[in-house]
Design a protein around this ligand. Structure first.
Ligand code: ATP
Ligand code: ATP
Ligand code: MG
Ligand code: MG
Lengths: 165, 165, 165, 165
């Protein structure tokens, strides 16, 4: 199973639609400081059901909606769609291609869709449960985690291990 | 719970002894807990010996050596329950050219089994990817994707790498 | 003690408003404490607005933007009681080429008053120095200095920079 | 006032004598991971009277003595000498050039010398007191401090400010 496409609109700095095709092997995401690379990672985690705003570098979930700039107004909704190739039937569904869509409105309401059919967050979590893509995002390795695991703070270090257990 | 943690810890430890040798091309490392303490509370001790040097606690290593050791450990944890894809966000920042080359070799080997999405500023890492996506922010605060696919087009590769950094 | 802290804080704050603008070539930043709390206990809040973006708490900035803001703040603190020389150890690791150029410009300006010793892996930073000292470890665990003085010898500069990375 | 020469032998990885000339302006120290660049910074701080092993990335002060490698025996003493140009008479002494020497033996005994004349640590601290080079090493800015000041931990952030006050 692998990711084939990431789309985002209204999510963090993606005030303009992002449409990123993805391939097997190694894909590098590059660009200057502050251009949105880590936001791409956040969009991916969010689509896969990340519920902790802290893991998305946000104070509260509403912070992920595009909050405007000096020349653009804020948007009212954030939407991310992630398409996975399921031809090996690793996900428990007959579809050979699965698109997960997540929306969040300023009101706090959320929508979840699987292949455009509305569903609950729980359905998405169940779908991903056996793939290691569940609520723990241990598939993301970032600089902050490198610091935590080296850290003198035994608590922080232990937490990285406990999340795997 | 105690037994489950010990099982996971044992697997992480074994993985770590291997991943460390892969990333460092030699040397050895270990993960231990003081045996007389409760496994659910004991501090986790990381010792490492890069080739030719002495075995030391991870805090006595250099910045780059520590970062690469931490990356090896985070991979060891990831391998306990590997997901179909893995995202790396700028973990290569403290590495010098020689360590970047080792890091890239290991990622390329893992990428035969898992899809990798690697956010990076490093030219060595960029050149290892089959696909390169550039993110820009010509309008402040608004991200835009400038895709450059370089799979099977190594001629294109060098110029486009320069364009993004 | 309260008064002394408030005085120092005021000076750091003023310095920070300036250093931020120097490092970012624009934008603005501020340092505040919630006024209703005891200055010896209150959390110190750092807000920053890179050019064209919105004012935010430092945690919502990108990795590179946060690092440069922190560097500006550490310089602001240093300037309260500037010593005759300043040592920087790899603070430039998360910065992209454009930010390295700004960082270098500010260091060069400060270096007219203070001596700088800058440990770095970054080629842009290396090219800003009047003198370059290379440290090697041909025999594992034993450091050796391989000096390359490049003041008034810019011809020599490019090759020797390559030799050290 | 500025530094003109740093010499070290038996200090950390300097099993072979280090003799580093220093100039005004910007001096860059470069080299691969783990080659000894941060050890140069530690040597500088140690010569200026740094008493906290943690600031030298060591568990205890004895850790700064060269502890041997697979092919070299440990040494019995660490010695660092730092020469400062004092032609502007910023330091309260008639000498226009001042060399501070510090030695530590495995026994735990220490020697301090000013221009080769034995003295106490206190004499060195008094000499440096008004230059901002005292016991606080606020003249060193490193990656760890960048993380502390950005850190969510209000305690860590506050400590950087209190050291300046
Ligand atoms: N909800 C939001 N609305 C608008 N802009 C946002 C929002 N959340 C984050 N941003 C902006 O996105 C930018 C950060 O992007 P990101 O963290 O992806 O950068 P990056 O490419 O990873 O940079 P670096 O190389 O420095 O790590 C910041 O400038 C921030 O202001
Ligand atoms: N007392 C000691 N005796 C022998 N070797 C030591 C001692 N203390 C530290 N070292 C060695 O010095 C090396 C670290 O050097 P240092 O931290 O200066 O590297 P660096 O050049 O800063 O690297 P990086 O670019 O990764 O930050 C380590 O390999 C460590 O084992
Ligand atoms: Mg980032
Ligand atoms: Mg270092």
């Amino acid at each position: 199973m692998y990711l084939t496409r990431l789309q985002a609109l209204g999510f963090k700095s993606f005030a303009q639609k992002l449409d990123m095709p993805l391939q097997k092997g190694i894909t590098c995401v590059v660009g200057p400081n502050g251009c949105g690379k880590s936001n791409v990672v956040d969009a991916l985690r969010w689509a896969l059901g990340e519920q902790r705003p802290r893991s998305l570098r946000s104070g509260s979930m509403g912070d992920v909606i595009f909050s405007g700039t000096r020349s653009r107004k804020p948007l009212g909704m954030a939407e991310v769609s992630l398409t996975l190739d399921n031809s090996q039937k690793i996900l428990p569904t007959e579809f050979s291609e699965v698109t997960i869509t997540r929306r969040l409105f300023r009101s706090g309401e959320s929508d979840y869709l699987l292949n455009k059919i509305p569903c609950r967050l729980k359905d998405i979590q169940n779908l991903l449960m056996d793939t290691g893509l569940g609520t723990q995002s241990s598939y993301v390795i970032e600089q902050g985690m490198v610091d935590e695991i080296i850290s003198d703070n035994a608590e922080e270090r232990r937490r990285c291990f406990e999340e795997a257990a | 719970a105690r037994q489950r943690f010990l099982n996971t810890f044992g697997r992480i430890r074994e993985n770590f002894q291997n991943t460390f040798q892969e990333f460092f091309e030699g040397g050895e490392a270990d993960l231990t807990m003081p045996p007389e303490e409760d496994p659910l509370e004991a501090p986790i001790i990381i010792t490492a010996r890069p080739w030719g040097k002495r075995l030391q606690s991870i805090n006595l290593l250099s910045g780059g050596e520590r970062a690469l050791t931490a990356i090896a450990l985070l991979f060891a944890i990831y391998l306990v329950k590997p997901s179909p894809f893995c995202v790396l966000d700028e973990v290569d920042a403290p590495l010098d050219d020689a360590n970047i080359a080792r890091f890239v070799k290991v990622i390329q080997k893992f990428s035969k089994q898992s899809q990798f999405i690697v956010v990076t500023h490093n030219k060595g890492t960029m050149e290892s990817g089959e696909t390169l996506h550039g993110v820009t922010m010509e309008e402040p605060g608004v991200s835009r994707l400038v895709s450059v696919k370089i799979s099977s087009d190594s001629e294109n590769q060098v110029d486009s790498v320069d364009a993004f950094t």
